[in-house]
Design a protein. Structure first.
Length: 150
């Protein structure tokens, strides 16, 4: 199984270039470190309903982000900022499941659709009531899909 994770969003038409949304965190990251951006990052990973129902999980994810070294997080963001894997997608020959959360602001369904269309024979599954960490938030729905794809 080949996994492709792209942390961009598509503005406008499906063939529009991706635009990195993490740019808005840059100033907070440079002045306050990962602790300053942890709430905003985690808010994008989970739906509000899930976050409200599982505050202990939100706290654990927030602590994980806040504990990440700022330099490493900033370097990862910089790499993602210039990353465009779209030209490589048609070369993926392995059976592929593209899994997305219906409420994902980081990789919204139109971008997941773009990825699935570009990979020959890929299957697309969009999980309702899930954001960027769809497999975490909706393990009940994601796990059977992943097991079937293996």
């Amino acid at each position: 199984m080949t996994a492709v994770e792209v942390h961009h969003r598509v503005d406008g038409a499906p063939d529009a270039p991706p635009v990195l949304m993490i740019n808005s965190l840059g100033a907070d990251l440079s002045t306050g470190g990962t602790g300053a951006v942890a709430d905003a990052v985690v808010a994008r990973w989970l739906t509000p309903a899930y976050a409200a129902a599982h505050p202990e999980r939100v706290a654990a994810l927030r602590a994980m982000v806040a504990a990440t070294p700022t330099e490493g997080y900033a370097a990862a963001c910089s790499a993602i900022e210039v990353m465009d894997q779209r030209p490589d997608l048609p070369r993926i020959a392995a059976p592929t499941l593209v899994l997305a959360g219906a409420d994902d602001p980081a990789t919204p369904p139109p971008h997941a659709e773009l990825i699935a269309r570009a990979i020959p024979g890929a299957r697309l599954a969009i999980l309702d009531h899930a954001a960027h960490l769809a497999t975490y938030e909706r393990a009940d729905a994601a796990t059977p899909l992943i097991l079937k794809a293996l």
